[in-house]
Design a binder for this molecule. Structure first.
Ligand SMILES: Cc1cc2nc3c(=O)[nH]c(=O)nc-3n(C[C@H](O)[C@H](O)[C@H](O)COP(=O)(O)OP(=O)(O)OC[C@H]3O[C@@H](n4cnc5c(N)ncnc54)[C@H](O)[C@@H]3O)c2cc1C
Length: 446
């Protein structure tokens, strides 16, 4: 058995540490690792990967641990907690190098200090940079700018066999493309070089109430043509089985479109009376979900199981999908749904999968379930599996950060045969001992 004293990085195996690493935000999967390593330098992280490769020990990276189905866990293996790798450095006037364990809040603070920001950010800034890049990273501006992985200059990484490399479109391009949105199969990301853009000073935020699913999705498509830069829908339970349909639509307060956008909103189909528009300082706009954990604790749902599902439907099937699934959300404690517009023509990362046929537009639905009583979690997981089958049958995809059980055949369907084979082959090459991503197995373990 491998002796952890030879690891080359500080490891802990006390019960509280192992228990904390044996759960995530989903509270559904509980795999106890053998130890947790929190490297204080990239060299220690590299040593830990090499140790695992040499001893064929499963290794899962943990960023902020917000996955919901054990994706950041390693049964009897090593959890590599990257929280200490969070340094930020400018490598050019518009490129910020960020340690993969940094939260997006850290990256935003460094960027804003120079008047810069990122084309796409998650709605919740307390996710890690490495964590969202593992899946692509979707934000309210993704309908214009694709996933976060489209805005990478380069990745500093260590492969599953312990090779330390810089990967970019021109250096190890295959590894670059198999690592961004690459489901942690081939490499551990140590740092990301992120392209930045000028930051606006303030955002004008419109909160539109709509009468139906049809009106909500049509408004997304219409507002995308009016100069809005950020769109996010939500569907919340209301009394008597009804739902509140909301579209948050924002744009820089000083953009010429900020005024032009107002008139068409007055005549939007299915618009109901709602709050007046607001102007928020840009930093406050980005941090608007900071109290999410507090709000979920207040509602008593933070520690409940969260079998969240993220499904991407071709636009032509999206209304029917939304109307079918919203019945599962009856009270605020049941959770809520989020809606993002996506556009295939604006997304370039190969492994960030969007529906391939027909309309270029699609909608990503986040089904953010809280499960009471917790024993109902199995029912919701079964329902997630059925929704995935229905989604796949109409050419849709999953966003794999959620709790949907996927078999190797499902992964082949999700990625398409060509990319599935390419990723499995890349894993065999860069992680020949198969140590990485035990919580995200694409094919049977060797
Ligand atoms: C409140 C909340 C809001 C969310 N909002 C968004 C959103 O706006 N947009 C969006 O796209 N997603 C969102 N998600 C989903 C989110 O993308 C995933 O849950 C993401 O993985 C969370 O990041 P994390 O740092 O917590 O990752 P973790 O759960 O720690 O890790 C996620 C996966 O990435 C792997 N990983 C992490 N770091 C590295 C690394 N450096 N190298 C290799 N592999 C690594 C892990 O092993 C694991 O498989 C949200 C989730 C929550 C709970």
């Amino acid at each position: 058995m491998a002796d952890l004293a030879d690891l080359g990085a500080p490891a802990r195996d006390d019960a509280p540490t192992l228990d904390a690493a044996a759960t995530d935000l989903g509270h559904l999967v509980h795999h106890r690792p053998r130890a947790v390593v929190a490297p204080t330098s990239p060299d220690e992280a590299i040593a830990a990967v090499r140790f695992c490769a040499a001893h064929r020990l499963p290794l899962a990276v943990r960023g902020a641990g917000h996955t919901t189905f054990g994706q950041s866990q390693a049964a009897a293996g090593l959890v590599l907690d990257l929280a200490n790798l969070r340094a930020t450095t400018w490598t050019s006037p518009d490129t910020l190098r960020v340690g993969a364990g940094a939260r997006w809040a850290d990256a935003v603070a460094a960027a804003l200090a120079r008047g810069r920001t990122f084309a796409v950010l998650p709605d919740y800034l307390h996710l890690s940079v490495g964590g969202t890049l593992t899946f692509g990273g979707v934000g309210e501006s993704s309908f214009l700018h694709g996933p976060q992985t489209d805005h990478l200059v380069a990745l500093d990484l260590v492969t599953g066999q312990g090779e330390h490399l810089r990967a970019s479109p021109t250096e190890h391009p295959e590894l670059f493309d198999m690592t961004r949105a690459g489901l942690a199969q081939c490499a551990v990301v140590l740092a990301a070089e992120l392209r930045t853009v000028p930051a606006p000073s303030a955002m004008r935020v419109f909160t539109l109430r709509l009468a139906s699913s049809t009106a909500l999705l049509a408004a997304h498509r219409h507002l995308a043509t009016l100069g809005f830069t950020h769109l996010q829908g939500s569907v919340d339970p209301a009394p008597n089985g009804a739902h509140v349909f909301t579209l948050n639509a924002s744009l820089p307060a000083d953009a010429p479109a900020a005024l032009d956008a107002l008139a068409p909103l007055d005549t939007l189909d299915g618009r109901l009376p709602g709050p007046a528009p607001l102007t928020l300082a840009y930093r406050d706009f980005l941090h608007r979900l900071d109290n999410l954990e507090h709000a979920m604790r207040e509602l008593g749902v933070w520690h409940l199981p969260h079998p969240w599902a993220f499904l991407v439907l071709p636009a032509s099937h999206a209304v029917a999908f939304l109307d079918a699934v919203r019945a599962a959300f009856r009270t605020p404690t049941d959770g809520r749904m989020l809606v993002y517009l996506l556009d295939r023509a604006r997304a370039a990362t190969p492994l960030f999968r969007l529906p391939a046929d027909g309309d270029e537009k699609s909608f990503m639905f986040g089904l953010l379930h809280n499960v009471t009583p917790p024993t109902r979690a199995a029912d919701v997981l079964a329902s997630n599996a059925a929704l995935w089958r229905a989604t796949a049958a109409v050419g849709g995809r999953v966003y794999p950060a959620g709790a949907i059980p996927l078999s190797p055949d499902d992964w082949r369907r999700q990625l398409g045969p060509h990319l599935y084979d390419a990723l499995v082959a890349a894993k065999a090459r860069f992680d020949p001992a198969g140590i990485l991503a035990p919580g995200l197995a694409l094919s049977p373990r060797r």
